[in-house]
Design a protein around this ligand. Structure first.
Ligand SMILES: [Zn+2]
Length: 425
């Protein structure tokens, strides 16, 4: 997180406001505008936590807010502590504490033992804009609460941000979901993050998700999820990217395309390459089409790059896919309430059957990809290479970036697809 102070704006200010609310220093409106009310709440938080009350959120303040960003506390056992008392003190359940500490014998607590204590709110917020910082905090929060969820790095973005993927389930049916190839479609990131949290919670507590037993999903499937393919682009669009070299360069690229609003119309990675026009499946044809449309160099969208997989973010997803060797993939985009399921005339076995099942559960329409956007996408490459079902889900309806006020509806529409794809219907 960058330093936030009076006058700061954007997704990270929203996260700060949310954290202050969670910590009991609100209520603040999570509007992303750091004004006098946020400053005063932050001062009170700092005083209560032994920090200089300067109303500037720097390294030490962010560290003190960590539990309220991630949803858990690292507690060191003191004389008289029991797990039950810890759960009670932090407002959580004994079951949640035991889930988060699988190696710990509650009858043999030693002074000095470290215990993860979940806090009584969901890790994944669904009422604020997202940033790469929030992706990092929620990944740490979910894996701390649910240690059976794996978290690995599969590469780095142009700006060096870690590209993460999570894994859950113990079965043999491997599937791979990714979100946010396109910067201003970042609402797809919390869709997958919330799905991970809900599925993990249902599994830990013996519950159900989309009316299926989570334990059955875990038994049958191994679900890998890359929730934020394009973290630099996300930060640019949501105001989390600090003014500097990268921001200035993006602004300069965008100035050649005055008809595309900046930064809200930005889809590309931070260097102006469209990450979903990077895959080796008809890339030359995609290049011909996009060049004819005027996208001949770095642009907010639709520039195919200098060569297939020239962008580190696309190359990393390509390599990860080859390693995971999934039976099915979902790529989340916005918008249109449409499911694309074909590449040219390739129709992998059962892919139409699954697509119809997804359409039924979501209410989305099955469509064939229009010719002008029918090449070099992730789904295109996956279908052509593996002859297995791969889908682009265009969720929600409206102008990108879709507002978080659409989140609940989008999540409700897609939960069925996320569960059924794991089980392969
Ligand atoms: Zn897209």
């Amino acid at each position: 997180m960058k330093i936030l102070k009076y006058g700061s704006r954007g997704a990270e200010v929203q996260l700060l406001q949310l954290a202050l609310n969670r910590a009991g220093f609100g209520p603040l409106e999570t509007d992303g505008i750091f004004g006098t009310v946020t400053a005063s709440a932050l001062r009170r938080f700092q005083s209560a936590n032994g920090l200089a009350p300067d109303a500037i959120a720097g390294r030490l303040t962010h560290a003190a807010l960590y539990p309220w960003y991630t949803g858990y506390v690292n507690h060191t056992i003191r004389a008289g502590d029991t797990l039950y008392r810890l759960a009670e003190r932090y407002g959580t359940s004994l079951r949640a504490v035991i889930t988060a500490n699988p190696g710990l014998d509650p009858t043999k607590l030693q002074i000095g033992d470290k215990v993860v204590v979940p806090l009584p709110f969901p890790v994944v917020p669904t009422n604020i804009d997202w940033s790469s910082s929030l992706v990092g905090y929620t990944v740490r929060g979910i894996t701390a609460r649910y240690p059976f969820v794996s978290d690995s790095e599969y590469g780095r973005s142009v700006m060096g941000k870690p590209l993460r993927y999570l894994g859950l389930g113990n079965g043999s049916n491997t599937v791979f979901y990714n979100a946010e190839h396109h910067a201003n479609e970042w609402i797809t990131t919390p869709v997958l993050m919330k799905f991970i949290e809900e599925l993990a919670r249902a599994y830990a507590f013996g519950g159900r998700i989309y009316d299926m037993n989570a334990s059955e999903i875990f038994e049958k499937s191994r679900i890998y999820i890359a929730p934020a393919v394009n973290p630099d682009g996300m930060d640019l669009v949501t105001g989390a990217l600090p003014y500097g070299e990268y921001y200035a360069r993006a602004m300069e690229i965008a100035s050649d395309y005055p008809e595309i609003p900046f930064p809200s119309g930005w889809k590309a990675n931070i260097y102006g390459t469209d990450l979903n026009l990077q895959y080796p499946a008809g890339w030359e044809e995609a290049r011909r089409i996009k060049f004819a449309q005027g996208f001949t160099g770095p642009a907010p969208r639709d520039y195919v790059g200098t060569a297939p997989l020239s962008a580190p973010e696309s190359l990393a997803i390509y390599d990860l896919t080859i390693r995971l060797d999934p039976a099915l993939t979902l790529s989340y985009h916005t918008q249109g309430r449409i499911i694309y399921w074909k590449y040219q005339n390739f129709m992998p076995p059962r892919s139409l059957e699954f697509a119809e099942c997804f359409a039924m559960s979501s209410g989305y329409a099955l469509e064939e990809t229009p010719y002008a956007s029918g090449f070099a996408g992730y789904k295109d490459w996956f279908i052509e290479t593996y002859n297995r079902p791969g889908y682009t889900i265009e969720c929600g309806l409206g102008e990108n970036p879709l507002p978080m006020s659409q989140f609940d509806e989008i999540y409700r529409e897609n939960i069925g697809i996320l569960v059924l794809a794991a089980l392969s219907c």
